[in-house]
Design a protein around this ligand. Structure first.
Ligand SMILES: NC(=O)c1ccc[n+]([C@@H]2O[C@H](COP(=O)([O-])OP(=O)(O)OC[C@H]3O[C@@H](n4cnc5c(N)ncnc54)[C@H](O)[C@@H]3O)[C@@H](O)[C@H]2O)c1
Length: 407
């Protein structure tokens, strides 16, 4: 059985995902960077098919995925059949790409918002999508109080302040109502899985939302270092973490509201992991074009240890931004579909806590990834979704747990 994926925002991350999947299917590369590798029972990596893609960049609309992928990876000259089969369809703009160096167009300009939403639903129906991934430009969002309010925002046509993410959320809910249950994976810093109203709307439609904001780069590493210190009762005095990159997303983050959205999903990590506030500066801090997708990350943590000793941890890294998230998406798609198949609905903290910076549902704590990984494995074992237990699982070391799960 295949999982049919609908991409929303065919940018760097989505194109890296599409190319990586095609190369895995051709046997050219292995499963590096995909946390659950071949440990999942219901679906393998090869079962993932990109069935649809929507974007608002006039230069991408109508192009095949292969054409778009080549704009990011000019050295690709092989023809990958799954990438040739899909063409980028027009999306809903709602100003999400404003101030970016692209010519953005939206279906709502021609049809009005409500009809444009139905065009998107029709497109997804034709493509028979099971899982949608939101990968559009970073957006600042204030969530709706209820699904009815969201419906009103779409119907009134007064969409000046309606984020595109919510128009797609609404379209996904209509799809779930009229076509089949769906999973909406929100990989961007918009508030979706942390919105009680949205989670409830999906729950009522036997559907799922996962989010928010893929935890791919420096923030999960910071949370793990904080956990390491906390477990040893070493007390951080201050945390500084910044990212400078040269891709379009970093350019978009120069906008203050978009940057605020990112800051919101990043900085909760300190008090969530430690249980108390520490002065911190955790922000995307700059666009430098020549860095391209390989961002520069720097981190400084000063802490007090035994006998009032003061130590410092300094980390400098260059990290390829897009593959870091694309690898996580391979798991998210499979877990979302496996959960839908089992009738799970609403949102799933055990998935969000590991893969997302700000895990839903609303009010959830962001925990260190080391802890979240064990939580995820335990959840997968209870679900009967693991083909084998990864080496790092605590279940391998505790005889009672081994017995409990018949390992
Ligand atoms: N490691 C990572 O790269 C990482 C980690 C966490 C989250 N994210 C989030 O993932 C998203 C995508 O990142 P990226 O590097 O691929 O960005 P990108 O700028 O390369 O791609 C964004 C794409 O979305 C399109 N788009 C913008 N508004 C749209 C709309 N309303 N409808 C459809 N398409 C629209 C743009 O035209 C572009 O093709 C960003 O929001 C980013 O914050 C990325």
């Amino acid at each position: 059985m295949t999982i049919r994926v609908g991409i929303i925002g065919q940018g760097y991350v989505a194109s890296t995902l599409a190319l990586g999947l095609a190369r895995i299917k051709e046997g050219e590369i292995g499963l590096n960077g995909i946390p659950l590798q071949d440990f999942t029972k219901s679906y393998s990596v090869n079962d993932i098919e990109i069935a649809s893609s929507v974007d608002v960049d006039a230069a991408k609309i109508g192009s095949t995925l292969l054409d778009v992928v080549r704009t990011y990876f000019p050295a690709v000259n092989k023809v990958y059949e799954p990438l040739e089969r899909v063409r980028v369809a027009p999306g809903l703009h709602l100003g999400s790409a404003r101030n970016l160096p692209i010519k953005a167009v939206g279906l709502e300009e021609e049809y009005g918002l409500e009809d444009a939403v139905h065009k998107i639903v029709d497109h997804w129906e034709k493509s028979e999508v099971d899982v949608l991934i939101n990968l559009i430009t970073t957006e600042y969002t204030e969530p709706p109080k209820s699904f009815e309010q969201l419906r009103e925002w779409v119907r009134s046509g007064e969409f000046k302040n309606l984020p595109a993410t919510y128009a797609y959320v609404y379209a996904a809910a209509i799809y779930a109502e009229t076509v089949k249950p769906v999973a909406y994976v929100n990989a961007i810093p918009a508030t979706v899985a942390r919105s009680t109203a949205i989670v409830k709307a999906f729950e009522e439609r036997s559907s799922l939302v996962l989010g928010d904001d893929g935890a791919s780069g420096a923030t999960p590493l910071t949370s793990d270092i904080l956990e390491y210190l906390a477990e040893r009762s070493r007390v951080p005095r201050g945390v500084v973490q910044f990212n400078i990159g040269g891709n379009l997303d970093f350019l978009a983050l120069l906008d203050e509201r978009r940057s605020k959205a990112k800051e919101k999903t990043k900085s909760s990590v300190v008090s969530d992991v430690l249980g108390f506030e520490v002065p911190n500066f955790i922000k995307p801090t700059g666009f430098v074009e020549h860095l391209g997708d390989k961002k520069f990350v720097s981190m400084h943590i000063e802490y007090v240890g035994f006998n009032e000793s003061v130590d410092e941890i300094i980390v400098n890294a260059r990290i390829n931004d897009s593959p870091a998230l694309a690898g996580l998406l391979v798991d998210l798609v499979r877990l979302a579909k496996a959960a839908l198949d089992r009738g799970l609905r609403g949102t799933i903290y055990e998935i969000n806590a590991f893969y997302m910076k700000s895990p839903g549902p609303e009010g959830s704590r962001s925990i260190s990834r080391i802890v979240a990984y064990q939580l995820l494995l335990d959840w997968l074992l209870r679900l009967g979704e693991l083909t084998r237990v990864p080496r790092y699982s605590v279940h391998n070391f505790i005889p009672e747990l081994k017995k409990l799960y018949g390992l």
